[in-house]
Design a protein around this ligand. Sequence first.
Ligand SMILES: [Zn+2]
Length: 262
Amino acid sequence: MNGPEILVDFDPGLALFVSHERRDGPTTAVTDGASTLGHVVESLGVPLTEVGALVVDGAEVAAAHVPAAGQRVEVRAVPRPQRVRPGEAPDAPLRFLLDVHLGTLARRLRLLGVDAAYESTDIGDPALAALSAGERRVLLSRDRGLLRRRELWAGAYVYSDRPDDQLRDVLGRFAPALSPWTRCTACNGALRAARKEDVAERLHGGTRGSYDVFAECGVCHRVYWRGAHHDRLEQIVRAALTEFPPATPAPPAPRTPSSTIG
Ligand SMILES: [Zn+2]
């Protein structure tokens, strides 16, 4: 390219996406004079899902800004916690969609009551992007190409390949409301309370004798009981609630003193 030269400074939090020489402060980039800043940033390796603000010569600009020669661009990382698509139904619970490589993370999010859609078969990038758009789900992926698809409603790069760190990454970034033991880890359906006698015929003999049934999935009818492996799951839930405690409700407003009668 032989166009205007600009100066680009990436937030250290974005270092993993850019080439080594761009990790330590501002470097020059040559643009074609017509491409948007969003395109320039993506072409340097950073998915726009990971970009918070784009600041040109001290003023924030939109990704559609076309940089001019000599401009100094600061590329900031998304703030944490991040508000997804501010202005759109701010109170609606966040919903996620995970790509085929993130099955363990999907089950852990569900364990915490977070709506996490996931298909164990690869439905392909176009179908995933369409699902994100159609159901307004934040697509979670480690695939930068997938995160660049324009159809996405919202997306986020998952920074680690270890499920423990992935969970902390997503909980810290989006601060979704946690409601453990309310969602089916197998299908993402909502759980409902169940009585042992109502589901007894679906339990194996050993299970029927030893454990207390407490819930059933309203969608796939899988039965949940306090039993084997429960300690490990309890541990995941406890760790999540300790590090990301539910927001404490605001104290009730002081009551206006009522007038005394008599
Ligand atoms: Zn289910």
